[in-house]
Design a protein around this ligand. Structure first.
Ligand code: ADP
Ligand code: MG
Ligand code: ZN
Length: 661
């Protein structure tokens, strides 16, 4: 029955549309009517900001903002025509924003309007017939491009808060889009594909829009899932259409959101529909390869899983630039809150620093949502401003929202996570070459039960041997703390272990940091840094024997770090205990508390200090959430290893370990 109503809606929409078109056509152009020579003169004087070409009617926006319209101009339908025209008249046109009327639309429509009317009626009948016969309406959409184009986006970098490094990286893209010719003339090669990687709600889409906004170029956005249809070949056609459209409007940005929907590793799919996906993906690859450097098109894509993407997508010339957009730290959260509070009256006693401190693990989207909820609460109470009370209630609401149920953790899990994170943090402080710790939390985020954030003090990108070794040691800290204290290990360390083996392997095979294997690069086919499964990699170019000694070296590096981490944590056990205790009580600690604890302060002193600075307003919403509902337990992965001994055995049994003293 739903279908029937849909048809009637369609009819109404169609009638309204026809009426609207009729009205619009009678009065589309709005500006001073001039002769064609006048437009030509303005073009030559470089006084034209933007031009809109609709066949023989040209509409030019002048630098002073006024609009002039000329009829009887030459009919030009695409960019190539227009540039030829400009060259003929020696007009400088790089700076002019050029838009074309869709050739299928516009003035031609005027003449075919009656036919169109008939067409619409026929279409309606067709639709009724279809729905009556129960067929699927999807057939109607075949090949229709779902990409939509936005011009003159208002989003700017200033709307994206707290992601300075990412902005800096994207600034280059903005400059290129502003004047692609300048770069091309110097032979500069600009990345054609930029992949934004990060958890949901961290502002990836916002970033892509901000780049388009800053550069003032059109923004074509499409979602990866739009390409995936049940008809084979449709996705590929959509890709072609999209790139075609973009080429006509360059410079511009193509944004493919959730690219993992089409970009998953080929040959990994199970069951139906995956041929179609592969075709679509292949078409994307073909189109990206077909770019000339001088073409002003940048393709941006977003995903939260770079590791499942097909490696072909990440090759040079495609998405060879990856920008990681992370969940905001405490400073970032404060800035995001401030951005979203810009148009909201806040009560003067609201301190965003405090709010930022108690919203550890929140994404940008959640922070925006939080302020919105607070505004709604304040409005319902007829208040003129948003106060602390509303903010704390809103935090709870956002936390208890459907997806966030999983944030609630049992007490014993909490203790375990606290020791795990404290282990990381203490080692980060003790290892000379680790970056300083500025946030340690047992608030779950994403798939992790807790996190420890470090931030480099300098922009120095060189990574030394010592720094890598310290990094491995710190990454093992979580597991080691569990071994020491809980005397059982959890699966929570799986990401750490993956990270550690990745670094150790690269030290041996790529960075020539193993004396035994020397300064030889062993892995050449290594396009992705994050999350590659080394086990599956074909080990071309070296023998089984070499492979075995690589494994041995990697294991030796890790075992050595494990030993060191164990010793350091044993020697500093009281710091570890105090930090874990503070974490259990307070969930999140920051630079100052870490410093106090490292100096040997007891948990009581630190907690007292925290309560003093937080003031009476911090009715810690997280503590409340924890007690209310214990059913929802964070289980990162389900299989837990039984004992520490067992886990150690699996490493210690290997004969290679003897190489390590
Ligand atoms: P993603 O695409 O990464 O899932 P979005 O770009 O859709 O995230 O972000 C959703 C919303 O969250 C944005 O519209 C914005 O209001 C808010 N937001 C996210 N990150 C930020 C940020 N860094 N600064 C300001 N607002 C942000
Ligand atoms: Mg998004
Ligand atoms: Zn960890």
């Amino acid at each position: 029955m739903k279908k029937k109503t849909k048809v009637w809606v369609w009819i109404i929409v169609a009638v309204v549309a026809v009426a609207l078109i009729a009205i619009l056509l009678s009065d589309v152009f709005d500006g001073q009517k001039v002769g064609f020579t006048e437009i030509l003169r303005q073009l030559k004087n470089e006084n034209v900001k933007g031009i809109y070409l609709d066949g023989y009617v040209w509409e030019a926006t002048l630098k002073d903002g006024s609009t002039i319209i000329a009829e009887g101009a030459p009919s030009l339908y695409d960019y190539a025509d227009f540039s030829k025209f400009c060259e003929e008249y020696s007009i400088k046109f790089e700076e002019i924003a050029i838009t074309f009327k869709d050739p299928n639309a516009g003035s031609i429509w005027a003449s075919i309007l009656p036919f169109l009317g008939i067409g619409v009626v026929a279409l309606i009948f067709f639709l009724i017939m279809r729905s009556a016969s129960g067929a699927n309406n999807a057939a109607m959409n075949i090949g229709k491009n779902k990409a939509h184009m936005q011009n003159n986006l208002r989003v700017r970098f200033s709307d994206v808060a707290g992601a300075e490094e990412e902005k800096e990286e994207l600034q280059e893209v903005v400059e290129f889009l502003k004047s692609p010719k300048r770069f091309a003339n110097l032979g500069a090669k600009i990345p054609s594909g930029v992949l934004l990687v990060g958890p949901p709600g961290t502002g990836k889409t916002l970033f892509a829009k901000a780049v388009a906004g800053e550069a003032g170029v059109p923004f074509f956005s499409v979602s990866g899932s739009d390409f995936v249809e049940m008809y084979v070949g449709v996705g590929a056609k959509r890709v072609r259409d999209l790139f075609e459209m973009a080429k006509k409007n360059q410079p511009c940005i193509i944004f493919i959101d959730e690219i993992d929907a089409v970009g998953r590793r080929r040959g990994a799919g199970l069951g139906g529909g995956h041929d179609e996906r592969e075709q679509t993906l292949n078409q994307i690859l073909v189109q990206m390869d077909g770019f000339e450097d001088s073409e002003g098109i940048i393709i941006m894509a977003a995903t939260n899983r770079a590791d499942i993407l097909d490696p072909a997508l990440l090759r040079p010339g495609r998405f060879d630039r990856q920008i990681h957009v992370n969940l905001p730290d405490v400073k970032g959260r404060e800035q995001i809150l401030k951005v979203h509070a810009r148009n909201k009256p806040m009560s003067p006693d609201v301190n965003f620093k405090t709010v930022a401190r108690i919203t550890a693990g929140f994404s940008g989207a959640e922070l925006a949502n939080l302020l919105n909820e607070a505004a709604i609460l304040a409005a319902r109470k007829n208040k003129a401003t948003i106060g602390n009370l509303e903010l704390y209630d809103a935090i709870n609401k956002v936390l208890m929202g459907p997806q966030k149920k999983s944030r609630v953790v049992t007490e014993s899990d909490k203790r375990c996570t606290a020791y795990h994170e404290a282990g990381h943090a203490v080692l980060a402080c003790l290892c000379e070459h680790c970056d300083p710790v500025h946030e340690v939390s047992i608030i779950p985020r994403g798939r992790a039960a807790g996190y420890t954030m470090t931030r480099p003090e300098t922009d120095d990108n060189d990574v030394s041997y010592n720094k890598l070794v310290d990094n491995i040691c710190m990454s093992l800290g979580g597991r080691v703390a569990e071994e020491l204290v809980i005397q059982d290990v959890t699966t929570g360390a799986s990401a750490d272990i993956q990270h550690v083996s990745e670094i150790a392997r690269r030290m041996v095979t790529q960075w020539g940091m193993s004396k035994k294997l020397g300064l030889v690069a062993y892995d050449s086919d290594q396009p992705v840094f994050m999350g590659m499964e080394y086990g599956n990699q074909s080990r071309g170019g070296y023998s089984q024997q070499t492979a075995a000694s690589i494994d041995a070296e990697v294991r030796a590096l890790v075992a050595k770090a494990h030993k060191r981490a164990t010793k350091l944590l044993k020697d500093n056990r009281s710091i570890l205990d105090n930090m874990a205790r503070v974490l259990v009580e307070k969930n999140t600690i920051y630079t100052e508390e870490v410093a106090l604890l490292m100096k040997g302060a007891s948990y009581k002193e630190v907690i007292a200090e925290m309560e003093k600075t937080e003031g009476e307003h911090n009715a810690n919403p997280f503590a409340r959430a924890t007690k209310e509902d214990k059913e929802h337990v964070i289980v990162d992965e389900t299989t837990a290893v039984d004992t520490a001994e067992k886990a150690n055995e699996s490493v210690d049994n290997k004969p290679e370990d003897k190489t390590e003293e």
